[in-house]
Design a binder for this molecule. Structure first.
Ligand SMILES: NC(=O)c1ccc[n+]([C@@H]2O[C@H](COP(=O)([O-])OP(=O)(O)OC[C@H]3O[C@@H](n4cnc5c(N)ncnc54)[C@H](OP(=O)(O)O)[C@@H]3O)[C@@H](O)[C@H]2O)c1
Length: 282
């Protein structure tokens, strides 16, 4: 590794989930900071499949660091096993600097974090609040395009975080030498909103009437099952929603401010930008 003109480490980083919500932004922010990016996914760039261990070594070998975003919930048993195994393999190949995307307030995720911590890696855990981009990329978009969000969040408050802030924190942590090694960084947006507030913000940004329809976690599970989500995954999601959306996360965290030295992006700006890009147009 050498020091480049921006003062960041000239390192090669494997970004897993590089076609996904956080990975695509981590790759973009890392390139902008002068890091060399291996964009890992099953479909393009560097071939990397969490479910196929034979793809791991080639993706890791010669890299200095990796960003780990497991595609199923970070608290799932699959994630715990895969993150531990990948971290141990990475350390064995000399890729010691690992940053894991985890979830704020999710007890189940602690086992996955522990699997990373005990791997021998120079680790950082980024515990993120709910993504603002859950409303603009992924399964919630469809409902909003058709005028409503059905979701098991009652009137609970959540400080939605823009995934671009997560990416900036990940890259700053990678580029800061030892500073954030062995740390858990809790990240949230700048203010608390209910899901009803979030839908109202999107409604204001799009100019179309949108409804928020709260349901129970079990009812939501039945809806997911109706869409063909496998029963085991439904059960896990019901458990996660019942746990995460009970008010335990209705507080702010200051990781963005601590690492980046400025306020996180606001939900209103996210909604305005996503609406301008035509995200919720039928
Ligand atoms: N959503 C939230 O609010 C939130 C909050 C905190 C933490 N998290 C955590 O965020 C993680 C997900 O991150 P994300 O939302 O950035 O991801 P994402 O948008 O769901 O994308 C995952 C990407 O991973 C790739 N992928 C899927 N299956 C794969 C496999 N078997 N092997 C390799 N790549 C695979 C897919 O790309 P290809 O198809 O191209 O391979 C996809 O683009 C989860 O662990 C979740 O617990 C989420």
């Amino acid at each position: 590794m050498t020091q480049n003109t921006a003062g960041t480490k000239d390192m090669t980083v494997l970004v897993t989930g590089a076609t996904g919500r956080t990975g695509s932004r981590v790759a973009e922010a890392a390139r902008a900071a002068g890091l060399t990016v291996r964009a890992g996914s099953r479909s393009q760039g560097t071939r990397f499949d969490w479910a196929d261990r034979s793809t791991w070594a080639d993706a890791l070998r010669g890299a200095d660091a990796a960003y780990l975003a497991h595609p199923t919930d970070v608290g799932s048993p699959d994630a715990t096993e895969a993150v531990g195994a990948l971290a141990r393999e990475a350390v064995g190949l000399g890729v010691r600097r690992l940053v894991l995307l985890s979830s704020r307030g999710e007890e189940r995720a602690h086992a996955t974090e522990e699997a990373l911590r005990t791997s021998g890696a120079d680790w950082t855990v980024v515990r993120a609040a709910w993504f603002a981009q859950n409303f603009s990329e992924g399964p919630l978009v469809e409902g909003l395009v058709h005028g409503e969000l059905v979701f098991p969040a009652g009137e609970v408050q959540e400080p939605f975080i823009d995934v671009r802030d997560i990416a900036d924190v990940v890259v700053a942590a990678l580029a800061s030498g030892d500073r954030y090694i062995g740390q858990e960084l809790a990240l949230s947006g700048p203010r608390l909103l209910t899901f009803r507030d979030a839908v109202a913000e999107i409604s204001k940004a799009t100019g179309s009437e949108l409804r928020y329809v709260p349901v129970t976690a079990r009812q939501y599970g039945d809806i997911l099952a109706g869409f063909g989500v496998p029963p085991q995954e439904v059960e896990l999601l019901v458990e996660i929603f019942e746990g995460l959306l009970d008010g335990r996360n209705a507080h702010l965290s200051d990781g963005v401010q601590r690492v980046l030295g400025h306020e996180p992006r606001d939900f209103t700006d996210f909604a305005r930008e996503a609406a301008a890009a035509g995200t919720w147009k039928a």
